[in-house]
Design a protein around this ligand. Structure first.
Ligand code: FAD
Length: 430
């Protein structure tokens, strides 16, 4: 069997068999066969998780062929799609129907089910992560049953399964609440980090979608303020778009990272180039503004903390980077979302700020990530399920008020651990 590798290249495995079902019935057959053969099953999305959450060890299910739109209900704002659809394809399909996801993360390479299963999120205090947009889903369980889960049927599975870590079974179809298509006005500009932190509450209240990147070794942050706009699309010329999004964010930044990897001592000097990108303002369809292409490969850790803790927590991280003398070529990303009620959502029960740290692929990240993790744990930080962290079930159970509720649903649906793997054993206890 070919080796499976995730996007970042830090997770690899050689599954015993790779299955490519093209229907829900075929998914049931694959699961039943695996159970009869006493094999574990792992559905793999686009492999965009940095943790071992998607690592298949025996039967790997690839849902690439389950990628269609099943139903569009304009009246109720609901769209049903097969779970293997990639977010960029979903966005294109929604645009054809003049609909849109209310919010997205910063890339769209992930499958829908993969993104939902790890509590993937973007930014924006008035919005939530993607999973809170779920209206219903269909799940193939370890017993080979097909459960329809929504607010009326299998309600406990619905409540817990919106962020499932892939531990409850195979999601084959998802019904999402969507909104009419909307444009965003994007303003991207460098600001002094002190100004961003002093005005953070205002910036996240005044803008629909605000995020920033603190540039280590400088006093600067790159900010992105996106606001819903009724203005017509007014994007820069193709060249300007290519220059900002491809040349600066990918090729030039990638070159800085490569030089920094060879000569780490140059990183603080190189970092001063990053905030000189200038101000850009443009209007485009929301999904084209939310997400960009990411050609520079990296490793990432991201923690969610209560929104009010953002400023002191980030200040501690900034101080720690200086005190420890780390040389970091990747900016530290900060986002925020509203709260939701999903047991394993990283923003369950609290308005959340997210602090994400990155390291260029091929560079040692362990010490830096652990030092950041130690700070964010003091703030009851919850690690992103798909991004590197060192926590185990014991640590995690106290961070989620409804952790045990999820565990009980899992015990009922998958008592033998058909859908488990090493990562799930670590964070769920078996
Ligand atoms: C460049 C890059 C940018 C990113 N940006 C963001 C961001 O902006 N915001 C954010 O929150 N995260 C972000 N992430 C993390 C990413 O969104 C998550 O790790 C996401 O889970 C990846 O989706 P995937 O399709 O690759 O799923 P995988 O990583 O392949 O799988 C993740 C989990 O989903 C499960 N799964 C997949 N399909 C199914 C199914 N049909 N049924 C049941 N379980 C299933 C898998 O078994 C596994 O447990 C980013 C990652 C990268 C590499």
């Amino acid at each position: 069997m070919p080796t499976w590798t995730n996007w970042a290249g830090n997770q690899k495995s050689r599954p015993v068999i790779i299955e490519n079902p093209s229907s829900e019935i075929e998914v049931c057959e694959v699961v039943k066969r695996a159970v009869n053969n006493k094999q574990r099953v792992k559905v793999v999305g686009s492999g965009h998780s940095f943790t071992g959450i998607a690592v298949p060890d025996e039967v790997m299910i690839d849902l690439t062929r389950l990628n269609s739109v099943v139903n569009v209900d304009h009246v109720n704002g609901l769209v049903s799609v097969q779970a293997g659809i990639v977010l960029s394809d979903l966005n294109a399909q929604l645009e054809l129907h003049q609909l849109s996801m209310p919010n997205l993360g910063d890339v769209t390479y992930q499958t829908l089910a993969g993104a939902l299963s790890t509590s993937t999120h973007g930014t924006g205090l008035q919005r939530t992560g993607l999973a809170a947009q779920m209206h219903a889903f269909r799940l193939v369980t370890a017993l080979g049953d097909i459960l329809v889960c929504d607010a009326h049927q299998n309600t406990e599975v619905f409540h817990c399964g919106r962020v499932s870590l892939g531990a409850l079974g195979v999601i084959t179809e998802v019904t999402l609440r969507v909104v009419p298509a909307f444009n965003l006005r994007a303003v991207e500009q460098p600001m002094r980090i002190s100004d961003v932190l002093n005005n953070f509450p205002q910036l996240i209240e005044d803008n629909d979608f605000f995020e920033f990147y603190w540039v280590p070794h400088t006093k600067w942050a790159l900010t992105k303020a996106n606001n819903v706009s009724t203005d017509a699309i007014d994007s820069p010329s193709r060249f300007a778009t290519w220059y900002n999004k491809m040349f600066l964010e990918n090729y030039a930044f990638g070159m800085l990272c490569r030089i920094g990897r060879l000569f780490p001592r140059l990183i603080p000097k190189l970092a001063t180039i990053i905030p000189s990108s200038g101000r850009v303002e443009y209007v485009n369809v929301s999904h084209r503004i939310f997400s960009s292409k990411r050609l520079v490969k990296f490793y990432e850790m991201e923690y969610s903390i209560a929104l009010d803790s953002l400023v002191p927590a980030l200040q501690e991280v900034m101080q720690m980077v200086e005190d420890r003398g780390f040389t970091i070529s990747f900016p530290v990303e900060v986002r925020c979302t509203g709260s939701d009620d999903i047991p394993l959502s990283t923003s369950t029960g609290r308005r959340s700020a997210y602090i994400a740290v990155h390291m260029f692929k091929g560079c040692e990240y362990g010490e830096y990530f652990s030092a950041v993790e130690m700070i964010l744990r003091k703030y009851e930080g919850r690690p992103h399920w798909g991004k590197i962290h060192n926590l185990n079930a014991n640590d995690i159970s106290s961070l989620y008020p409804e952790y045990q509720r999820f565990i009980e649903v899992r015990n009922q649906l998958d008592p033998e651990g058909v859908f488990t793997n090493d990562y799930l054993r670590r964070v769920l206890g078996r």
